[in-house]
Design a binder for this molecule. Structure first.
Ligand code: CAA
Length: 383
């Protein structure tokens, strides 16, 4: 067992930290207020290798591994969660194509994702009546000769309005439940593929969350990702990895909030002393850093197992559950430390609390993580 990061992991973490401090943190309030993420920032991140941290260099990735990815994601999450979720989904899409794509699909899309030619990728799974239960999706892909014809709609799709490529899930067999779902690669601008409204959200407001409508969208046979009927498993495997990203991001938001509140406590004078000298405040600081550190270690363990090629479904769900619930608790504690100032927009903790809220919802709610963990344990996958 070794808790020390390698030189490469430290370097990636430091690079992400510097970028977040210099480029993201100063603009995070503006990104929130304007609901606009500058695409130039995403390109700069791609140039630094952050859009394919766990992707082989032969496809333009950094090949720095999953632990590096988790460390970087925490730093970017600390600076700007809207940017971090865009990075998370983009890395997830690059990894899905690497794992399941044909050589032609990999060569076409992955260098464009990693190099920033595509501002991001998108993961089009969720539908209005198929959220926690994606196997209930209604989108269909019918085979017509050498083509598939897609019809349906999607909801809550991160980055859909600027993504270069979508992994899009649809049923090729309506009567086969999850086993009838297939995954496709669809490029932005494909006729029949319409991007709808950007939802007005509570937090992570700079990251667009779009509706999509798909009407008679014709795709060539080679747009299929993996095999027909393999789509549900592709989604589940991608989400296992995605949950490491979201857990890491949540730790970053929690750290941003408690770092700020701790500095505030050192300077806020009440009863003639800095409030950091009161035990009630010290308890909040100690609990917050301890709980975040525990969550960070659990997420890093899932990252480590993934990197070693070991099954990590349970650990990823445990890490996401603990990290996202902890980070929300820490944000509310940090807000409490600021008192009335925590509740106004002039101070970043109000935004941290809003940005953190969605982390227990997307890429599987906390209830779904508990379901996955319990199934794994009851199925005997626990040592
Ligand atoms: N890895 C590989 N295979 C898996 C798997 C995994 N982690 N989980 C399930 N499977 C396989 C099973 O082995 C099973 O295979 P067989 O049919 O061959 O036996 C098949 O998939 C079906 O599995 P289940 O019976 O367990 O499926 P289920 O319908 O009961 O669902 C679930 C399981 C865990 C609840 C799943 O539906 C789930 O994860 N739901 C949450 C969906 C989600 O996270 N959505 C997020 C949207 S994307 C997003 O938020 C991105 C963003 O923009 C930020």
């Amino acid at each position: 067992m070794d808790f020390f990061p390698t030189e490469e992991q430290k370097m990636v973490q430091q690079m992400a930290r510097d970028f977040a401090e210099k480029e993201l943190k100063p603009r995070a309030a503006e990104v929130d207020a304007t609901r606009r993420l500058p695409l130039s920032v995403l390109k700069a991140m791609a140039d630094l290798g952050m859009m394919g941290i766990n992707i082989p260099t032969e496809y333009g990735g950094s090949q720095s591994g999953v632990v590096s990815y988790s460390l970087a994601m925490t730093e970017i999450g600390k600076g700007c969660p809207s940017t971090a979720v865009t990075m998370a989904v983009t890395n997830m899409v690059a990894e899905v194509i690497t794992a399941f794509g044909s050589e032609e699909q990999r060569a076409k899309h992955i260098p464009r994702i990693c190099g920033g030619e595509y501002p991001s990728g998108a993961f089009a799974l969720t539908e209005s009546t198929a959220g926690s239960d994606p196997s209930a999706m209604k989108s269909v892909a019918e085979r017509w000769g050498d083509e598939y014809v897609l019809n349906g709609s999607k909801t809550f799709i991160t980055s859909a309005e600027f993504a270069g490529v979508f992994v899009f899930w649809a049923k090729t067999d309506k009567n086969a439940g999850g086993g009838g779902i297939s995954a496709f690669l669809v490029e932005q601008g494909t006729p029949g593929f319409k991007i709808g409204r950007n939802e007005e959200k509570m937090g992570q407001r700079g990251s667009p969350t779009n509706e999509m409508a798909i009407e008679d969208c014709r795709l060539p046979r080679n747009a299929l990702l993996g095999q027909e009927g393999e789509g549900f498993k592709i989604a589940m495997m991608a989400l296992d990895g995605g949950r490491i990203g979201i857990g890491s991001l949540a730790v970053g938001i929690g750290l941003a909030a408690i770092d700020y509140a701790t500095d505030y406590a050192k300077n806020r004078i009440q009863f003639g002393k800095p409030i950091s000298s009161f035990q009630a405040i010290q308890g909040m600081i100690a609990d917050s850093f301890t709980e975040l550190e525990a969550a960070r270690l659990m997420v890093l363990r899932a990252a480590y197992l993934k990197e070693k090629g070991v099954r990590f479904t349970r650990e990823a769900s445990m890490g996401k559950l603990l990290a996202t619930e902890t980070a929300n608790r820490v944000c509310y504690r940090a807000l409490q430390m600021l008192g009335g100032y925590g509740y106004i927009k002039e101070y970043p903790v109000e935004r941290n609390a809003r940005d953190c809220r969605v982390t227990t919802l997307y890429e599987g709610t906390s209830e779904i993580q508990r379901l996955v963990i319990a199934r794994e344990i009851l199925g005997g996958n626990y040592v």
